[in-house]
Design a binder for this molecule. Structure first.
Ligand SMILES: [Zn+2]
Ligand SMILES: [Zn+2]
Length: 103
């Protein structure tokens, strides 16, 4: 009964991409590759309370988040890249809502 493309195991988006016989979309594959690479690095202690921070993915960037205080650590240059990503999303969201662009 596979009338539709299967859902990505990770984010639930429809995808025909497969990894290890499980449906996983390309975006998640990329993110997981990033996470696997990041998990090879040592986890950083939180500058505030010393708790080991967990690796997370945001906008295709690896960030460290403290599970204790919720603090986020970014490597040099990551903030700029994150900002670009956020701006791109904001622009996309704005342009999507426009019915008659004034440009
Ligand atoms: Zn996915
Ligand atoms: Zn902390």
């Amino acid at each position: 009964m596979a009338l539709f493309a299967p859902k990505c195991d990770r984010c639930g988006n429809r995808t025909r991409n497969k990894e290890d016989d499980k449906p996983v979309c390309e975006t998640c594959v990329e993110e997981m590759t990033l996470l696997v690479n990041a998990s090879k690095e040592e986890s950083r202690p939180c500058p505030r309370d010393g708790t080991n921070m967990a690796k997370e993915i945001a906008h295709m960037l690896v960030i460290d988040r403290c599970p204790d205080c919720g603090g986020v650590w970014l490597d040099g240059g990551e903030l700029e890249r994150l900002r670009e990503g956020v701006q791109m999303e904001a622009i996309m969201a704005t342009t999507r809502g426009l019915t008659s662009p004034l440009i």
